[in-house]
Ligand binder design. Structure first.
Ligand code: FES
Length: 73
């Protein structure tokens, strides 16, 4: 079982907790050493992508979807 948790913050970033590596589109690692969790932007407005810089709070970003229960047979 993975020891990484990705939590969707209400109207905000993806909060990633655990031991993981974050790489760019070329496979180069971002330095996230020493950080117990990382907030990844999912609104697209951050000036420091892929990280959240809090800009979502001023843009009216909405993404409050909840997990759906599994379909029943
Ligand atoms: S989710 Fe925070 S700046 Fe995009």
């Amino acid at each position: 079982m993975s020891d990484v948790q990705i939590r969707c913050r209400e109207n905000g970033p993806l909060l990633v907790t655990g031991t993981f590596t974050l790489v760019d589109h070329l496979g180069n690692p971002h330095d996230i050493s020493g950080k117990p969790n990382v907030a990844l932007c999912r609104c697209g407005a951050s000036k420091n992508r892929p990280f959240c810089d809090g800009t979502h709070k001023t843009t009216g970003f909405q993404a409050a979807e909840s997990a759906l229960p599994p379909p029943t047979a």
